[in-house]
Structures are given as structure tokens and as C-alpha cells.
Design a protein around this ligand. Structure first.
Ligand SMILES: [Zn+2]
Length: 81
């Protein structure tokens, strides 16, 4: 391929632009990851509170799966102990 292949062969100038675009995309990804981590932490906190409520208020029916060392689990609410 030579340089007349429809612009697919990069030049230093085009690669600098491509590099800058990739860095902007990466920053966008990293920003979204931070937002997702914040949302994940908030959901974990809500789930923890939900399990605490269920643990305290459910009329549990404990059962154990047929695996060695598997924890007791309430068949109604899913809380384990
Ligand atoms: Zn329960």
C-alpha cells in the first residue's frame, strides 16, 4: 500500500490527531467508570440495608444446598447464615 490508499496509511500529523482522539475517548471511559463505581457502591449499600431488614424481619425457613460447607440459606428471602 502506498499513500494513495484512501487515507488509511497514517502520517505523523494524522496519527497525532488520532492519538488525541483516543486519549479523549480514554478519559471519557475513565469518567464513566468512576460514575459506575459510585453507582455500584450506592447499590451495595442499599442491598446491605435490604438484607439487614430481611434478616431482622423475615420469618426465615432455613435450608442447605447439597454441597459440602454450603451456608444455610432462607428459602423465602435468600439471606444466608
Ligand atoms: Zn428469610
Amino acid at each position: 500500500m502506498d499513500s494513495n490508499d484512501g487515507g488509511k496509511t497514517p502520517t505523523v500529523e494524522s496519527e497525532i490527531l488520532n492519538n488525541e482522539k483516543l486519549q479523549i475517548r480514554l478519559k471519557g471511559c475513565e469518567h464513566n467508570l468512576v460514575l459506575l463505581q459510585i453507582e455500584q457502591n450506592a447499590i451495595w449499600k442499599l442491598l446491605s440495608e435490604s438484607y439487614a431488614f430481611l434478616n431482622a424481619n423475615c420469618d426465615h425457613e432455613w435450608s442447605r444446598e447439597n454441597q459440602l460447607y454450603s451456608p444455610l440459606q432462607c428459602s423465602k428471602c435468600g439471606v444466608k447464615k
